[in-house]
Design a protein around this ligand. Structure first.
Ligand SMILES: [Zn+2]
Length: 134
């Protein structure tokens, strides 16, 4: 996948979620069709860590059920790097469990703003996926 389309409101929902949990990492799922996001589903970070995330298994299961019942697909996973970097980490690459777009949200230096970037992970590398905000 080369690009992912999402709305300003969906982006703001992700940012509000990760900002509320900073300096801990926060995470969630993106449901949609093809390369278009239809819904942002926040999931608790069971790890309660500043440097990694583990999705709460019950919330993750409930989110998957919701996605199925709405006839959508899992098309993305987002999580924050409250202390950077704004790219995927080696841990993200080794722990990726689903072949979906990974969105990393990292704060812009000295600002109350977060930047979102999309990535597609390969076995031992990654490439950028363009986020088209509409
Ligand atoms: Zn990460």
């Amino acid at each position: 996948m080369n690009s992912l389309t999402l709305t300003t409101e969906q982006l703001q929902k992700m940012i509000a979620h990760v900002q509320a949990h900073a300096p801990l990492e926060a995470c969630g799922l993106l449901a949609g069709r093809g390369s278009t996001v239809e819904s942002v589903l926040a999931v608790a970070n069971q790890a309660q860590s500043q440097v990694r995330f583990v999705m709460d298994p019950i919330e993750q299961y409930q989110a998957f059920e919701w996605i199925d019942s709405n006839e959508l697909d899992l098309i993305g996973i987002f999580h924050s790097h409250p202390k950077g970097p704004e790219t995927v980490s080696p841990t993200d690459i080794t722990q990726a469990a689903y072949a979906v777009v990974q969105i990393i949200l990292a704060p812009v230096e000295n600002a109350e703003m977060w930047r979102a970037r999309g990535f597609w992970l390969e076995a031992d590398s990654y490439r950028e996926v363009i986020l088209q905000i509409i």
